[in-house]
Each structure stands twice: as structure tokens, then as C-alpha cells.
Design a protein around this ligand. Structure first.
Ligand code: MTE
Length: 391
């Protein structure tokens, strides 16, 4: 089923024939009442629909104006159908593999463990894919496959310690309760033991102080802060400690990046790639809107910047197509894995402008002019740009 770019397109497509032509049942459940009406996807006000076979919702960049993203504005990325039945009472989390004592935990048991909170900017590895040149196949994310929330729950390491890790355990695998259609490989991935034992890696049960919603992994998800969103498995039901990295589609060939930048458009050999881990340094302009027209005078350019496991140290703004750069003001709210909001005030005279933003992080990385092209279109992080008309 084709990807679509806006709610309007979606509504056009769900009317009549498109529905009759065999849309997936989980989509029908919420699409049917919407036929021909301008109604939002429940709980997801104003989101851009990138795929309706499996629910993929992008945040419009104009929503990047609060440090914590309200949950209904938090992007959603699903590789398969969300579980149709989830019950807090029946849910179980098993912990096995290279441990001395296998565990089965109920949600009530999990909730008794000490809770820790981490404000994390979660970004899909494919965010910005549509901007790579040459273009690559896959969900054509614009700039909004990224959002920030306060995630809370027990530390993964506390659960692993209860199960008593064996020294042979070097990787931790997560399996969710997604409903896997047909012969599609299940969404199973693993992270190295060092990241699993990090004091900020969680089994999150809450987001912005409320229990996780279904779209975001109710009742519990892994939260691997600073890493690509794919590491943070939703609807978590199984944790398995392994001697080696999990071998499956979503570890290889999925979610891998070339060891060396290659020529754009050329294939990369699997042995010349590594699994994606931390996010890139990146900034996005959330206003003024691209293609918009604003009145001459005091102009306020603003946006968000993040850098995975590193911290943002500087954001610069150019109003002359990158010829000169000015420091932006960084917002007060900050946390290690969270984006920084930023702003730049400028007196704009009538004319057409290319306004750009460029972030630098604590590892000395600066957003490049052009992102590293790769066959799957991951980690797009070129200097951001909006074109505006000042009248
Ligand atoms: N976990 C499961 N079980 N199934 C999935 O499809 N998608 C992953 C990750 N966890 C996914 C998953 C990807 S690719 C991303 S970017 C994040 O969840 C998105 O999390 P969100 O939908 O809460 O924003």
C-alpha cells in the first residue's frame, strides 16, 4: 500500500474504493469512521500520516516548540501491526538466556522496582530520509520523525541484576508483542551489554508522567537513550541475554550504516557496514515555516537541536544562505539525552531568504552541508534550511 503524505491525502484515499480494495484490518478499525470527513486520527491531532498499513505518524516541525512533546504530538513508528489485545493484568515480561535465574515479571512486580526518569529525544533512524539525494526507498519521513519525552520506569540493569547475569552474556535482545503479518520477520533487535547496563537505560512504563499509550508501547518498552529509536523496543515481552549480537533482519541487513562514506547511489557491501547506535548532531528550524511569508521587521527564528549521546554546545543561524553565521540563544531546559530548543532574533528587510541552522556538539561534531548518503537513508543530518519571503 502506498505511503501518503498528509491527513488530507489519507482521507481522500480511505473513501470508497481504497477501503474496499483490501486495507489491513487494524487500519480499518480507525479509518472507517473517518470516511470523507476531516477528522484527526484519534489522539494524534494534526500529525502527518506517513503510512497507514502500519501506523506511522510524523510530527509537523511547527510542533517543536515545547521541550517535552505532548504525547498526542509525539511521532509514531511501527514496522508491523500494533498488538490488538493488551491487558495490564495478563502482560508478562520474561528474562532469560545467559542468566542464572530466569524471571517472569508481572506489571505489578515491575512497578515495585525503583523508578528512574530520563528525558530523551527519540529519533527514528530514517528521519529525514526523503531529503537524501539520490532518493532512497522506505518511509519518506520529512523532518518530524523525532520527539522528546520524560520516560520513567525501572532501570534495565536492576532487572538484569535480579536475574543474575552470566559472564558469557554480552548482548541483550528485546522482543515486542507486535502482530507480525504473514512471512515478515519479527521486530527483534539487541543492544550490547554495556548500553544495557547503563544507569539511564530503562524499561519505561510511563511517558511525561502518564502510563505509556498503546502507540508508544503500553505497558512497557525499552528506552535506550541517545540511540536510534529502533533500539527502544515497544510492547516489550521478552528480554534475552545472548553471547553474540542477535542475528535477524532488523539487525542485519536492517539498521546498519556504511563504515566509510561511499559514492551516493552506489551499493554498499554488508561486511562494510555496522549497526546503528547513537544519533547524529542535528538541528531543525521549527519557525518560520518553509515556504512561508512573514512581515518585515523583528523576526524570530527558532527550532530544536540534539546530538544523541553528546550535548549540544552551539547552534548557529544564517540568514544569507550560509555566507555568514550568528549564534542562536539556547533554551534553559536541558538534559543529557534531550534536545535543546534555540532561537535567534533578526531584523528582516523585504526580500527572499534562505535561513539555515547548524548545530555543534560536545564531541566536536558539526552538522555537515550534505548528509552522508547511504542506501537505507539513515541518520540524515545536513544543515537545515527554510526558504521564506519577507514582505
Ligand atoms: N518496537 C516494536 N516492538 N515494534 C516496532 O515497530 N519501532 C521502532 C521502535 N520500537 C518498533 C519498536 C522504531 S523504528 C522507532 S523509531 C521507535 O520504536 C518509535 O517509537 P514511538 O513510536 O514511540 O515514537
Amino acid at each position: 500500500m502506498a505511503d501518503i503524505t498528509s491527513r488530507r491525502d489519507f482521507l481522500k484515499q480511505v473513501s470508497g474504493a481504497a477501503l474496499a480494495a483490501g486495507a489491513a484490518p487494524s487500519m480499518l478499525a480507525w479509518a472507517l469512521p473517518l470516511q470523507g470527513q476531516a477528522v484527526d486520527v484519534p489522539g494524534e491531532d494534526g500529525m502527518i500520516l506517513r503510512s497507514f498499513r502500519f501506523v506511522d505518524l510524523e510530527s509537523p516541525v511547527e510542533y517543536f516548540n515545547t521541550w517535552l512533546t505532548p504525547v498526542p504530538h509525539f511521532f509514531v513508528r511501527n514496522h508491523m501491526h500494533e498488538p490488538s489485545e493488551l491487558s495490564a493484568e495478563d502482560w508478562r515480561l520474561t528474562v532469560g538466556g545467559e542468566v542464572e535465574k530466569s524471571l517472569t515479571l508481572t506489571l505489578a512486580e515491575l512497578s515495585k522496582l525503583e523508578t528512574h526518569s530520563v528525558v530523551n529525544t527519540l529519533e527514528c533512524a530514517g528521519n529525514g530520509r526523503s531529503l537524501h539525494r539520490p532518493q532512497v526507498p522506505g518511509i519518506q519521513w520529512g523532518k518530524g520523525g523525532v520527539s522528546t519525552a520524560r520516560f520513567s520506569g525501572p532501570r534495565l540493569r536492576d532487572v538484569l541484576q535480579r536475574a543474575a547475569l552470566k559472564s558469557a552474556g554480552k548482548h541483550v535482545m528485546f522482543r515486542g508483542l507486535d502482530e507480525v503479518p504473514g512471512k515478515v520477520p519479527p521486530f527483534i533487535r539487541s543492544i550490547p551489554i554495556e548500553k544495557a547496563l547503563d544507569s539511564d537505560t530503562l524499561i519505561a512504563t510511563h511517558m511525561n508522567g502518564a502510563p505509556l499509550t498503546k502507540h508508544h508501547g503500553f505497558p512497557a518498552r525499552a528506552l535506550v537513550p541517545g540511540w536510534v529509536g529502533a533500539a527502544s523496543c515497544k510492547w516489550l515481552t521478552e528480554i534475552k541475554v545472548l553471547e553474540t549480537e542477535f542475528a535477524g533482519n532488523f539487525m542485519n541487513p536492517g539498521y546498519r550504516f556504511p563504515n566509510q562514506p561511499g559514492k551516493p547511489g552506489e551499493p554498499v557491501k554488508p561486511e562494510d557496514t555496522h549497526p546503528l547506535t547513537s544519533l547524529n548532531v542535528k538541528s531543525v528550524i521549527s519557525g518560520p515555516s518553509d515556504g512561508g511569508s512573514v512581515k518585515a521587521g523583528a523576526l524570530h527564528v527558532h527550532g530544536a537541536a540534539w546530538a544523541g549521546e553528546a550535548d549540544i554546545v552551539k547552534v548557529e543561524v544564517s540568514t544569507d544562505d550560509g555566507a555568514t553565521w550568528n549564534p542562536a540563544k539556547l533554551g534553559h531546559e536541558q538534559a543529557h539525552y534531550a534536545w535543546r530548543l534555540w532561537s535567534f532574533d533578526w531584523k528582516g528587510k523585504a526580500g527572499d531568504y534562505s535561513v539555515q541552522s547548524r548545530a555543534t556538539d560536545s564531541q566536536g561534531r558539526t552538522q555537515p552541508q550534505t548528509a552522508v548518503w547511504n542506501p537505507s537513508g539513515y541518520l540524515y543530518n545536513a544543515i537545515d534550511q527554510v526558504k521564506i519571503h519577507v514582505a
